[in-house]
Design a protein around this ligand. Sequence first.
Ligand SMILES: [Cu+2]
Length: 173
Amino acid sequence: MPLIRPAAASLTLALALFALSGCKQEAPKTEAKARASASATPSTFKADVSGGRLILPAVKGNPGAAYFTVRNETTGTMAITAIAVDGAGKAEMHQTMGGEMTPVDRIDIAPGTAVTFEPGKLHVMLFDLAADKLKPAAAATMTLTFANGDKLSAPLEIEAMGAGAAHDMGDMH
Ligand SMILES: [Cu+2]
């Protein structure tokens, strides 16, 4: 029995291929930034964020920092893969070691344990801060994105860094 290929099917395939290649060339660079959305947190998600604070830089235009503790209350390992803070153009996870900061892509949290972002160690560095939006004694919303796509929002208490202090993670307190 001869294999019959209807012309319509071939045409559809050709169109699909054309559409794909066209898509590749014209794909816009959509850097969909994770926007804070507390409602995205499903009820089965069990992580707890505590002690959140945002330290403003002493010098306007310099980066700030965020510190907090995340506890994994599930029975599986969870991993933080991205962090966003309202009022900050960019947030990066950094690890300070021997006075040098290295960006960190992912932080794994074993079940039943907590990871703390703290001065001089693991921290979140905040760039392009909106000075009119982030004021001492107010709160900013931070959203953590996990490897499985879950998101979790938590407040950061905003603090001013002591005037004249250098931007030294190890000295903040
Ligand atoms: Cu840093």
